[in-house]
Design a protein around this ligand. Structure first.
Ligand SMILES: [Zn+2]
Length: 455
């Protein structure tokens, strides 16, 4: 006898599809099979039953200059849950000179008690001096085994020497780099040129971050990682030229995993031509690019060259926060919301169009990320012994996305008015129903810290 049985659904994992019941006891999956009997039964006839999704790249309540991303751990994780995401990985950003473990403790104190779902943290290495790098093993021991490296943004970025030192240290200790690859100096130069010529609107943003300079950064990064022999994850790949660099590195024998995001698969540079200041809603880095880039990323996903779809969720209110850059696009806080809409968008535009199989959709949104951060087999799949993080997904439910109907704490969605066909209906986190028929019934504080482990 199980506590709960999800009966008669189509169970989808990265490995295959089966018509089966899922039996849950306490917080774990206890059986997958036929005619299971539970104290409670949820009928999932006609539904897809999926592992809870993992979003390996989100920025909740993240300070950026003098503004902070508008979803806190509470609103952001509730929104995530509505979208079928049951695990997020956010970031620790130590203050200059702050010991990394102290920053980790502070960040955990912000999240614990506030999160509706489980969460992990990447440690940001914005310095690569001996003193900072000496703290890497302690971070790994404390459950933060992945490290964000930036090649752009003053105050965060590492130069080539710093990258080499950081990559080498991470190689030694098994820490996993997640890298933001853009050419910092090109961005600064092109932005100053645009501003000097009076081109101050959001339409200048993508012109200052051209695809060729992202590809240059990726090439340089992968060359440095080739020297140190460090496997890495490339964050938010946006362009075909960048994917070519990845192919070359893999052909040389390097291990590199590629993350992209729904915005690079679904949006393009045309968004910046919206009237007035509206293009600011799409100011993020890297920017969405051309139709050809989108096609290359879709093909890469289907072919297994692109490994993960995360969101890089980093929302700012259009009316009160994005407006800081009304007269200077370089001051528009960079980032956009997406934590809630990933699965339905990818189902609608990936699975329904035949560009992704059901199994591949689950692999790139759930299973792959769990494996890469050492959360498998506890997270990311439906298997006996795994956490009972489960989505009941109605493949026929049609929803028109709008900021008012979503739970993200922000006044717009890049997908306003888009109709999705397929939506999460009921979501479980460790055996607890946290979203039921589209309503949040969970408990803020239910989520707990997950340790990522070196692989
Ligand atoms: Zn990010």
């Amino acid at each position: 006898m199980f506590d709960l049985v999800i009966a008669n659904g189509t169970v989808v994992t990265a490995e295959g599809i089966a018509h089966a019941d899922v039996g849950i006891r306490n917080d774990k999956i206890a059986a997958i099979g036929a005619r299971l009997v539970g104290l409670q039964t949820v009928d999932a006839s006609g539904m897809l039953v999926l592992p809870g999704a993992i979003d390996e790249h989100v920025h909740l309540q993240m300070p950026v200059g003098d503004v902070t991303s508008s979803d806190d751990f509470r609103s952001g994780t509730v929104a995530a849950a509505h979208g079928g995401t049951t695990t997020i990985i956010d970031f620790v950003e130590p203050e200059p000179g702050q010991p990394l473990l102290a920053a980790l403790e502070e960040r955990r104190a912000e999240a614990d008690g506030q999160v509706a779902i489980d969460y992990g943290l990447h440690m940001t290495l914005s310095r690569a001096d001996d003193e900072t790098l000496a703290q890497v093993p302690a971070c790994i021991n404390a459950g933060t085994a992945s490290f964000k490296l930036y090649m752009a943004y003053e105050g965060l970025r590492l130069d080539d020497g710093g990258l080499l030192r950081a990559l080498s240290t991470l190689r030694t200790h098994g820490g996993r780099p997640l890298v933001h690859a853009e050419n910092h100096h090109a961005i600064i130069y092109l932005a100053s040129l645009a501003l000097a010529e009076g081109r101050t609107g959001p339409e200048s943003h993508p012109l200052t971050r051209p695809a060729i300079m992202e590809a240059e950064a990726i090439h340089r990064l992968l060359s440095l990682a080739g020297v140190t022999g460090t496997p890495l994850i490339l964050a938010h790949l946006s362009c075909a030229l960048g994917l070519e660099e990845v192919r070359r590195a893999r052909a040389r024998g390097q291990t590199v995993w590629v993350e992209t995001c729904p915005q690079y698969l679904l949006l393009d540079e045309g968004e910046y031509q919206r009237p007035g200041f509206e293009g600011a809603k799409f100011v993020m880095a890297p920017p969405p690019r051309s139709a050809a880039d989108r096609a290359a990323l879709w093909a890469g996903l289907a072919a297994g060259e692109v490994d993960t779809i995360a969101t890089d969720h980093c929302p700012f209110f259009y009316e009160t926060q994005k407006t800081r850059g009304r007269h200077d696009f370089s001051k528009i806080p960079g980032g956009a919301p997406g934590i809630e809409t990933r699965l339905p968008l990818l189902y609608t535009h990936g699975v329904r169009t035949g560009r992704l199989s059901l199994e591949r959709w689950v692999e790139v949104c759930c299973t792959g990320p769990a494996r890469r951060f050492g959360l498998a087999p506890r997270k990311g799949t439906l298997a006996v012994g795994a956490d009972a993080d489960v989505i009941i997904f109605d493949p026929e439910r049609r929803v028109t996305l709008s900021a008012g109907g979503l739970h993200q704490n922000v006044d717009y969605t890049p997908y306003e008015g888009w109709e999705v066909h397929g939506y999460p209906i009921t979501v479980l986190s460790r055996g607890q129903v946290i979203v039921q028929d589209g309503e949040f019934v969970g408990e803020v504080g239910h989520g707990s810290f997950l340790e990522t482990v070196p692989l």
